[in-house]
Design a binder for this molecule. Structure first.
Ligand code: UN1
Length: 509
């Protein structure tokens, strides 16, 4: 199914301008780089990129603001984030429009992304009164041993197009309550939503009396990101994107002994056991694999199905794929919007050709839609491919709605297949057998940072730490105690006796 006609670029331009104006962030016109929409694949506005001097100014300003912000009590810092959360609630619809226009997300997912931002603000406000350190039993009489958490410095946030606002908010809301200031280099593909978020945070800062430069936005290409990566004033670089990007960023930050929080590629799988509730599994699989047009880092890319139910499940998935409405993400019936670019479509078609050459059989999808209506846009039919083994293309992350189906006979085999990829972000098992579920979640089960039961791999809530192992980069963001990455611990030994007792019974003088 293809949904109705697409909006024109002129309509989308007006809609984007209206949303930005309501948010109070007028479009800064320029010629350095374009703001585009994947809905038509065309240009909306020309924008201005940060210059080297502008980047230097932002580095200096956020560093200076840090010196004030770090001494502001954490619950007071929380007031800034609370106000940001209120403004996000007030402008939820406008922000979602900008996300749809720039990232191509369907309305419900775009609203969901803004909700995720609101949720992290609530979480961070609570956190502002819970930055707990521990006390440690000292071996010496009259001594107290404590761990104290202090603000870290300027945090450089490098974010990707697919969650253009939520991933910024995960980092920024937490960094701000931790006493850090933030420099944000968003994806070049999503500058408008970045301008909107930056404006709302600036407004919140004005209203609560926080320093103006607790946050600065730097639009531009990778040279801007590279400046943040190399500058020793940036205490932590939190980067979300491809494994290739992480390979470039990680060693450069390490070379100057900076800290890095990496959120990189995933190649997420679900195991479907013979006892699985197939109604539940089909719904969970289709959302995880085809939702967001396969462009979440948590997207389901591999399905590992027990041989006894493989044909039944595959038939049901094939039927569900054939019914997926693809097209205008603003149309309320659409479930699959456009890919971000023609380049992404090329990547998908290339992976599809390779997997077919390696023996894969296409069961559903693979075509391109709306080519005449929008030749510069990339509307792709989500694809289901049956493969006999986990070949090299299956072990790669292709950022598109491409689901590989493999079969297994024993749970040990399923877990081995599951873990035999370089990435380790998200995973799930569909089963009604508790022993199987627990084994999958155990130390000898999934090797991912996220492991679920009877739910797909994507769509994590705020509250749990988000991130993964191996080539996913090891970082944890947003929930649980991920805040610790944004602070530095100090160990304090306090002697309240009148004797100088040395540790380990050392005697001296
Ligand atoms: C991402 O794709 O970079 O769990 C983040 C999810 C979302 C976040 C995805 N809450 O799918």
């Amino acid at each position: 199914m293809t949904s109705t006609a697409l909006p024109t670029t002129a309509d989308l331009r007006t809609r984007a301008r209206t949303s930005l104006e309501r948010i109070g962030a007028p479009v800064p016109e320029g010629t350095d780089f374009p703001a585009r929409t994947p809905i038509t694949g065309e240009e909306l506005f020309g924008l201005t990129a940060a210059t080297a001097a502008g980047t230097e100014d932002a580095l200096r300003a956020t560093r200076e603001a840090f010196l004030i912000w770090r001494t502001t009590p954490a619950p007071r810092r929380g007031e800034l984030v609370r106000r940001l959360g209120e403004l996000l609630r007030d402008h939820k619809s406008d922000l979602a429009d900008l996300i749809t226009i720039e990232a191509g997300k369907i309305r419900s997912e775009a609203l969901g992304e803004v909700q995720e931002m609101i949720d992290i603000c609530d979480f961070a406000v609570g956190l502002s009164r819970q930055l707990y350190g521990r006390t440690i039993a000292s071996e010496r009489p009259g001594h107290r041993l404590a761990e104290t958490w202090h603000p870290l410095g300027v945090v450089g946030v490098i974010s990707a197009f697919n969650f253009p606002a939520a991933v910024w908010s995960w980092n920024t809301a937490v960094a701000l309550v931790c006493g850090d200031t933030v420099l944000w280099k968003p994806s070049e593909l999503t500058p408008l939503i970045s301008l909107a978020c930056d404006r709302l945070l600036a407004r919140a800062a004005e209203e609560v009396g926080a320093p103006r430069d607790v946050h600065r936005l730097l639009l531009g290409d990778r040279t801007v990101g590279e400046r943040l990566v190399d500058d020793p004033r940036v205490a932590l670089v939190s980067a979300t994107g491809s494994t290739r990007m992480g390979r470039a960023v990680g060693p450069r930050v390490a070379a100057r002994f900076g800290r890095c929080l990496l959120e990189l590629g995933g190649n997420n799988a679900a195991v479907v056991a013979p006892s699985a509730d197939l109604d539940l599994a089909v719904q969970g699989i289709v959302f995880a694999a085809a939702g967001t047009a396969g462009q979440r880092c948590t997207t389901l890319r591999r399905l590992i199905v027990h041989r006894d139910i493989a044909d039944t499940l595959v038939a049901r998935l094939t039927a569900a794929y054939a019914r997926l409405p693809i097209g205008d993400p603003f149309d309320e019936h659409t479930l699959v919007g456009p890919l971000i670019s023609l380049q992404a479509l090329d990547g998908m078609q290339d992976a599809l050709a390779r997997v077919q050459a390696q023996g894969g059989k296409v069961l559903a999808g693979g075509g391109r839609r709306l080519t005449d209506a929008a030749p510069r846009a990339a509307y792709a039919e989500p694809v289901l491919v049956r493969v006999d083994e986990q070949t090299d293309v299956v072990r790669e992350e292709t950022f598109a709605p491409l689901l590989y189906v493999l079969t297994y006979d024993t749970l040990d085999e399923a877990i081995a297949l599951h873990n035999d990829v370089p990435q380790g972000l998200s995973s799930s098992i569909f089963t009604r057998d508790q022993q199987e579920a627990e084994r999958f979640l155990s130390a000898e089960g999934s090797d991912c940072g996220i492991a679920n039961v009877n739910i797909g791999t994507s769509g994590a809530e705020i509250g749990g730490a988000f991130g993964g192992e191996k080539e996913t980069g090891g970082g944890r963001e947003s929930g649980s105690d991920a805040w610790r990455a944004y602070m530095r611990p100090a160990t304090n030994t306090i002697n309240y006796s009148s004797t100088l007792a040395l540790a380990q019974n050392v005697s001296f003088l």
